[in-house]
Design a protein around this ligand. Sequence first.
Ligand code: AMP
Ligand code: MG
Length: 507
Amino acid sequence: MAKFESLTFDNGFSRLPETYYSRVCPTPVPDPYLVCYSPEALALLDLDEGEMTRPELIETLAGNQLLPGMDTIAALYAGHQFGHYVPQLGDGRAILLGEVKNAAGEGWEVQLKGAGRTPYSRGGDGRAVLRSSIREFLCSEAMHALGIPTTRALCIVGSDRPVYREDQETAALVTRLAPSFVRFGSFEVFYYRNQVEPIKHLADYVIARYYPELTALADPYPEFLRQVALRTAELMAQWQAVGFSHGVMNTDNMSILGLTLDYGPFAFLDAFDPGFICNHSDTGGRYAFDQQPDVAAWNITKLAQALVPLMSVETASQAISEYPQAFGRAYLERMAAKFGLPPGGETASLHPQGAGRGCRDTEVSTTMLIMDALQLLAQNHVDYTIFLRRLGDFDSRPETANTLLRDLFLDRAAFDAWAARYTAALRQLNSIDAERGASMRAVNPKYILRNHLAEIAIRRAADERDYSEVNRLHALLTRPFDEQPQYEAYAAEPPDWARKIEVSCSS
Ligand code: AMP
Ligand code: MG
């Protein structure tokens, strides 16, 4: 474990030509203080937890002082925002401090989000408010604990410097970590400027560092594109399976590594609602929950287009052609596991006695069982996370009512009909309740970052300077699959007041 002064910086991105970024220093904030930190993220940098008590480190992560070896830059990128190309975005408030090489040989880029204006700030103030920083910090670390690829969050440093949004708020900086923050939009910017060389050079850099196995190929670019598409398919499967809605799936928020990136107005589903729109500003529902896999596919075509200077149009479309199947397969595999059913395969007849008689109307597939359950959840406004967690306690013995689960549904008869089919499928599979339950509890989280939980933590932090709730939530969400009986209330449905919470891009 190291002291932060002895961190080794090896800044790959800022060794690239200045075409890709602007050199810029963070703008200091007055009297920074530590709000919270993630011990797990700290360990990625080999830093001792005691380091977080040192004012020098807080000053550094507030952007007030730099360490030797840091080379601070804001990256250039463009992107399609809500379907429209915006030729210049870039890190408008995030500043890359450098890339730390840890003892395991991993490179972690360290970035301050909310570090002040950059050449890409456009009309913005370069700042982030405490409220949105808490949401990003908690969700990054919660997603990681759920096993979902994401950028990480090391800590939040706050300052009483005022920041003006709808109301006056205070500033905060999230220290984010990722192997790379390169986005689809990092390539698009050069495509639309008709600059082929920077596209090639950036692709070479990303391939060499993050897809090294492709360097052996004579022509690595199509395979690179294919792998980005496949990683994105996997990520979408994970979002859909856990019920995560990103809210702003613009191409500048799509990671070239398939990571969840840029937490803004995101939300986890409470009641299952396929058309759920978490972003208050998304009036057309472009980024509604059930649109996400298709939006990702659309975004991938924009990446493919940006890479067309490196390959033919046919090759590019071929490279991304597996996305739909890859998504479908990954999603169904995850959903099957969440329902305690075997992956993929069609389950045999639900009435074994009918199987040999070609009783086709009694044959259903795992997929149908799952899709029908989702439809029932939507019709009955049943909480997605609670349903799946309780399904892990499903009792498949005859005559059992599974009351706790059944009580989630208004339409009990419809639930009973589904439960009968589920029971039949389980019996057909010789599924053992206790074993299935244990494996389901390992994939169906009990605790997710519900909007109202974040809201309570934010209010305490903002109104009372009390960060204990942020810390409690963080600790709770790092073990989302474990029963934590003292926190039972954190697994409950949102209270009525939570309906009024609105989140938008103004963060
Ligand atoms: P987002 O959709 O939140 O990821 O941000 C879209 C673009 O707006 C990015 O280029 C951000 O850097 C920029 N941006 C967002 N908020 C601010 C801000 N307060 N100041 C400057 N730039 C910002
Ligand atoms: Mg963004």
